[in-house]
Design a protein around this ligand. Structure first.
Ligand code: SF4
Ligand code: SF4
Length: 355
């Protein structure tokens, strides 16, 4: 029997709420909702709560794959027996932008490529990812990181806004199943739909101003060459070391753990929680040595890991250009500007060498 997956369908916007309601059949529904002036991914019950007209959420949907605080296990102090309370449930994360889908693909590589983390695998298998197209603001630079469009990431469905309808690309057998289960809401693609879909690519590209896009050509090499650049010291002078940039990042995954005893001292929980390379204790090892002793060391480490470490580790940049770190930094430090300064410095040095 020939196995055929439909590549795309059209969902009239008038059917969006019915479609969202139907998604609850596939798991707990998570989607972006408005929170004051900002947006957050959260559990939703009603389709009217979902807000698709957003640029970025405060935190990426990563928090539903790798919670910021999680219990690894607990053990009895008396007999040293171990227990785990881990339980993954089916979930549908709806309304994810392309950059965050790529962020999840990077996490997939981190957690699943070598020595797969069984918990991440279990959560991932139970998660449906549905993306939606977006409009960039001044902090976005996903066009430079090649993550402005969902191709290359792993997802089940992707909705592109083409005016009165959504052009729904189908990215997996699960996505195909979801569309088929609500097939009365969809119609087949017509030539005008395809033309409108193609036009959205050009339109999105045209919305980026040249100055908001860093040149990332051979960036790993540039950052390595600029290891001793004064740019790190200068930028780090403004840095508060607050860790916001890593906490909001869709690709950061560092965590630490602490053992928390109950009040009777009979049972201990091993709690893992997200940490930041921007905190001094992050690089503290036994004997009291700090591998990243100064703020400039820690500041540089983040860029170095994103732009040199990840490509080495997972063959992708560790930045998807979502702009969260720049938009949320209380010191207004911009990833794009730092990269530009490094690039400029590097070009100047290269000119000096070649002249
Ligand atoms: S968010 Fe800004 S101030 Fe805070 S650690 Fe990151 S770069 Fe420094
Ligand atoms: S480094 Fe900044 S712009 Fe890049 S993915 Fe992380 S938060 Fe987004």
């Amino acid at each position: 029997m020939e196995f055929h997956i439909e590549r795309a369908k059209v969902l009239p916007k008038a059917n969006l709420h019915s479609f969202i309601s139907g998604l609850k059949k596939w798991g707990k529904l998570i989607a972006p909702v408005r929170k004051g002036e900002k947006f957050v991914f959260t559990h939703v019950e009603k389709p009217e709560e979902v807000e698709l007209n957003y640029t970025r959420t405060i935190l990426p949907p990563k928090k539903f794959l790798v919670p910021y605080r999680r219990e690894r296990f607990s053990y009895s102090v008396e007999d040293l027996s171990f227990k785990t309370n881990f339980k993954a449930e089916n979930q549908v994360i709806f309304g994810i932008h392309s950059c965050d889908l790529h962020g999840i693909s990077i996490l997939d590589s981190i957690y699943l490529k070598e020595n797969p983390d069984p918990r991440y695998l279990e959560v991932r298998k139970r998660t449906v990812l549905i993306g939606v197209s977006c409009v960039p603001d001044e902090f976005c630079f996903c066009l430079a990181t090649a993550t402005a469009f969902p191709e290359g990431a792993s997802w089940d469905l992707f909705l592109t806004d083409i005016g009165a309808d959504y052009f729904v690309s189908i990215g997996s057998p699960k996505g195909d199943e979801i569309v088929y289960s609500q097939r009365s809401l969809f119609r087949d693609i017509e030539k005008e739909d395809l033309n409108a879909y193609k036009a959205t690519t050009l339109k999105k590209k045209s919305l980026f101003k040249p100055e908001q896009l860093p040149d990332l050509e051979r960036i790993s090499h540039v950052v390595e060459l600029e290891y001793d650049s004064e740019v790190w010291q200068e930028e780090a002078k403004r840095c508060l070391g607050c860790g916001t940039c890593t906490n909001v990042c869709p690709t950061c995954f560092c965590y630490t753990s602490v053992d928390v005893p109950n009040i009777a001292g009979t049972e201990v929980k091993r709690i893992e929680f997200t940490t930041s390379c921007q905190y001094p204790y992050y690089s503290l090892v036994a004997g009291g040595h700090y591998f990243k002793a100064t703020r400039a060391d820690r500041f540089k480490h983040r860029y170095y890991h994103k732009l040199v470490g990840y490509p080495y580790q997972v063959e992708m940049l560790g930045c998807v250009g979502c702009g969260r770190c720049s938009a949320e930094c209380p010191a207004s430090i911009s990833m794009v500007e730092t990269i530009k300064r490094l690039r400029g410095c590097n070009e100047k040095e290269l000119r000096e060498v070649t002249e």
